[in-house]
Each structure stands twice: as structure tokens, then as C-alpha cells.
Design a binder for this molecule. Sequence first.
Ligand SMILES: O=C(O)CCC(=O)C(=O)O
Length: 269
Amino acid sequence: MAFSRCRMFLQKYCSVLSPTSFREIAFPKCHWRPYCLAKLVSHHASYSHFQSTDRSFSTSSLLMLSTVTKELRKPYLMATDPETEAILAEDMLVFPDFLSEEEEQSLLNEVEPYMKRLRYEFDHWDNAIHGYRETEKLQWNVSNQKILQRVRHLAFPPGIPQIAYVHVLDISKEGYIKPHVDAIRFCGNTIAGMCLLSSCVMRLALEADNSRHGDVLLKRRSLYIMRHKARYNYTHEVLSQERSVFKGEVIPRDRRISVICRNEPEKLD
Ligand SMILES: O=C(O)CCC(=O)C(=O)O
């Protein structure tokens, strides 16, 4: 019964899924459950439901996704040990194909004229980033506002104060980001970044013992949401082209632009 019910939900509701049916498909106990959930995750991560302006849907979807993380290995994650894998599966979410090609182009069209006027910075020995230029942007055209709104709905629960400025970081083909934890004075518990122009490997390493780490494949046009333990207890870095390898496969690096939303830091009294 549960078997066929689960399959029926998958077929019937994949394209018009409501929060209720989403929850229903999550709970029947049947052999197909992991399969259905995997399908739904990949479907929803790349599909228009996450583009919905319905806040409750996005929130319930995100809750569902965090349930799913406990059950399914993440194809984009490779960790040194099970505990690191479990923590990063929960707190470092990746949505491959979050952006369509047109949406990527639309974001690029808006940021490129300004970025091109800046020079890449290479030589600052104390900088966390090598080969970069960056800006913070407040005003966006209507199409790109919609994309950013999807990111914000997915990444931040309702009522969480968000930083209005969006960080645009452009690293050259030779550029890389050294291990660091974002300053708690400037950023809250969640960092949500869209990856444009190039795939890369991001390494998250336990700050207290960097031999325990996870490599995360961030494909071009993906979105990542780094939150809670992944954000506070792990350093993150973007590997240089010489080190850009995931599960034994070279991930070619090119110029990469990330468009990053953050929430406000918690007020310390
Ligand atoms: O480019 C990214 O996605 C990460 C950027 C980053 O590490 C930072 O801004 O702290």
C-alpha cells in the first residue's frame, strides 16, 4: 500500500507539489521512500517551486530537505569521517542547477560592467583571498531581484534580519580563497552563495582539527547554503586550480563569480 502510494505521489505531484503532499510523500514507510525523496530533492532544487514567492512553501521545503539529508548521502560531499559528513550534510546544503543559463547570464549582465573596471588583487600576503575583486551591491534590476528573493526565501527563515547588500566576489582563474571563518561581527549564522561562470571545490575543515574536513563540489549555477556548525565551526576555502579535485576527478577552474546573501549578525549585549 505505502509502496504504491509513494510512487503515485511521486508521479502525480512532482510538477504541482503542495506543502501537504510534500509532507505526505515524506512519511510513508516504504522501500521507495529514499528514491522518491532523492527525486524530489533534485526536482525541487532545480525547479520552479523554489522560485515560488510562497514563503511557507519554501520553508516547508527546506525543512523537508534537512530531513532528507539525514537519510541520503550527498553526491556533492566527500568527507574524511562520518561525523564530519553528517554535520556538513545537515549544515552545508547545495542545490545544483539552482540557476538556469538565462538567469546566470542576467546576473552577469548586471555585475560585469562594474567588476570589469576593478583590478584583481594578488599580492596582499595577509588577505584571505588571492586574485580577487569584489563589491557590495544594493540595487538590482527586477529579474535579478526575483532570483535574489528565491535565495533569501530558501536560506533564511521568516523574520530573520538580512543584510540588504549582496556581496559579489570575482576570483580569477588563478585565484583562490584561503581557509577562514567569516567574522561573527559582520555576518549571522547563514551564508547563501550562487556560483557563476565556473565550478569549484570548497573545502570545509574543522577549525579545531583541520585533518577533519569535507570537500564540497560547487558546480556552475549551483547555490550553497552554509549555516550553523558549518558556518561557525569549520573554515571554508575555495581550492586553487592546482588542487581542484573532487572524488579523484579534476574540476577545471576558471574565473568564478559568487553572489552571496548573508543575514545580520546576532546583537551581542
Ligand atoms: O566565493 C564564495 O562562494 C565564498 C566566499 C567567501 O569565502 C567569503 O566571502 O567569505
